[in-house]
Design a protein around this ligand. Structure first.
Ligand code: NAD
Length: 488
């Protein structure tokens, strides 16, 4: 059975799963609402169970041998076609994702959805270009071979769901694996549009499947299925631990890209206007960005000067409807998340931290929260040590480079860091000491898809990106041939 498509401002979206090349509904649904107007129900989405999880992994398993046998050229043609279709549908996907998670529509339209297309194109090409690593040692010639690993379960979070899902599915498919994707229940619709394009691109049934539903139900069934040969997860450290246990139980390789609490370090020799402008960018999309530098660490000698510039930059933000071009601060995704963010600020006040600006909800009718900056009582304050995932930054001062590094490395997270300095020597010296998967100097969110990406500490397990991802999604074999073995 299938459910009727819902019409969202002219874009038709299926609320169903996509299993074995077909739309399939479930006996139960869940409500998906828009953070732009919580009274607006976008869809009743299929609520998957162990049944759909079982069917989807089964379809992926059946489709696997033929997909693996296509080889990198054959698979690449499908991925390139999918990339073309994404590019041709950017406006539609961006609009639906904006309604569903309230990310700024312009940024989705101009950058984020196109990154999805780039993910498929780039991994198709990287897989084609792979030259088996070869070297001689101990009287043997060594060759590293990549083999497709099997059905891959991909579980993604609610922020930037389309881009983050394609970031994982593209290398898995390019490596020759078949995929079951489960997006988050708070923003399930843009990934459903992706499945229409998978269908249009002519992917064989079962190669790329989608199941919708709650993490504790269908998500848990997927990651516990012993037929899955890879699990790739993006989300919170708490869920990462649970999924890691399931992976360990079945001895399945697993990567996890988890939460962040990045430092944003401003040295006295930095271009302070540029640093203040970029610091204010951390509020974009309501601060619901894992890579954001949410702990501002500012050198004491320029502290007041920087804070004033930062305050001016922050006041330029426009809180509003994410569909409008002028808006820079979108609402938070869900009332539960809104209450969580608000709770952090309330506890900070009660604990004696100082709210320098913001610290209030914008209106009682919506999910918007003011850009907020808190000067903590100490580095142990909860707002410094825990990821808030909202428009709330902390502000601390440091006296010298050593103290900046010590503060930067003082949380359990290690996803990303931002450094502003005009000295290249300092940038390298400090950058080498920061414990984070990615360190940006005088920039933010610049990404090369071939670079390793992931987190240290509770920010992640393993690395994706470029050959790191293709290696992860492959079974590697080292072929060792004794030198002198005759040819022919
Ligand atoms: P979450 O951990 O609550 O959920 C993520 C996904 O896991 C969802 O699809 C959910 O349904 C599923 N899930 C939940 N319980 C499960 C279970 N028991 N078994 C299987 N699946 C389960 O995270 P979220 O609230 O959706 O996302 C926000 C978090 O994601 C933040 O911590 C953020 O920093 C992190 N994040 C990290 C990155 C990165 O690249 N490192 C990128 C984006 C978001």
């Amino acid at each position: 059975m299938t459910s009727p498509r819902v019409n969202l401002d002219g874009v038709e979206v299926s609320p169903d799963h996509f299993i074995n090349g077909r739309r399939v509904d479930s006996s139960h649904t869940f409500e998906d609402r828009s953070p732009l107007d919580w009274s607006w129900k976008l869809a009743d989405v299929a609520r998957g169970t162990t049944l759909e999880a079982h069917d989807a992994v089964g379809a992926a398993l059946d489709a696997f041998p033929a997909w693996a046998a296509f080889g990198v050229e054959g698979r690449g043609a499908f991925l390139d076609r999918l990339a073309e279709l994404i590019d041709a549908n950017i406006e539609r996907i961006a609009h639906v994702e904006c309604l569903d998670m309230a990310m700024l529509e312009d940024s989705l339209r101009l950058r984020v959805i196109a990154r999805g297309a780039r993910n498929f194109r780039a991994y198709a090409q990287l897989a084609r270009e792979y030259e088996a690593r070869r070297w001689s040692s101990n009287g043997t010639d060594n060759v590293v071979l990549r083999h497709p690993a099997g059905p891959t379960v991909v579980i993604t979070p609610w922020n930037a769901p389309f881009m983050l899902s394609t970031w994982k599915c593209a290398p898995a498919l390019a490596a020759g694996n078949t995929v079951v994707l489960k997006p988050a229940e708070w923003s399930p619709l843009s990934c459903s549009l992706l499945m229409d394009l998978v269908d249009e691109a002519g992917f064989p049934p079962g190669v790329f499947n989608l199941v919708q539903g709650f993490g504790e139900e269908v998500g848990a069934a997927l990651v516990n299925d012993p037929r899955a040969r890879r699990i790739s997860f993006t989300g919170s450290p708490e869920t990462g631990r649970i999924i890691g246990e399931a992976a360990a139980k079945n001895l399945v390789p697993f990567t996890a890209e988890l939460g962040g609490k990045g430092p944003f370090i401003v040295f006295a020799d930095a271009d302070l206007d540029a640093a203040a402008k970029m610091a204010a960018v951390m509020f974009d999309d309501g601060g619901q960005v894992c890579l954001a530098g949410t702990r501002l660490l500012v050198e004491a000698s320029i502290f007041d000067d920087f804070v004033e510039r930062f305050r001016v930059e922050t006041s330029q933000h426009v809180i509003g409807d994410s569909r409008h071009e002028a808006t820079t601060i979108s609402p938070l995704i869900h009332p539960e998340h809104f209450a969580r963010v608000k709770g952090f600020v309330e506890r900070a006040r009660a604990h004696g931290d100082t709210v320098l600006f913001g610290g209030e909800e914008v209106s009682r009718q919506g999910l918007w929260y003011q850009p907020t900056v808190i000067e903590p009582l100490s580095n142990n304050s909860e707002v410094v040590q825990r990821e808030i995932f909202g428009p709330v930054l902390t502000l601390q001062r440091f006296e010298n480079e050593d103290e900046a590094v010590e503060l930067a490395n003082s949380t359990k997270y290690g996803l990303s860091a931002v450094i502003y300095t005009s000295s290249q020597k300092r940038a390298v010296r400090v950058g080498e000491k920061i414990r984070a998967g990615t360190v940006w100097v005088n920039c933010f969110l610049v990404r090369d898809l071939t670079a390793p990406f992931g987190g240290i500490g509770i920010s992640g397990v393993g690395r994706e990106g470029g050959d790191y991802a293709l290696d992860f999604y492959s079974d590697l074999t080292t072929l060792q041939i004794k030198e002198g073995t005759t040819h022919g």
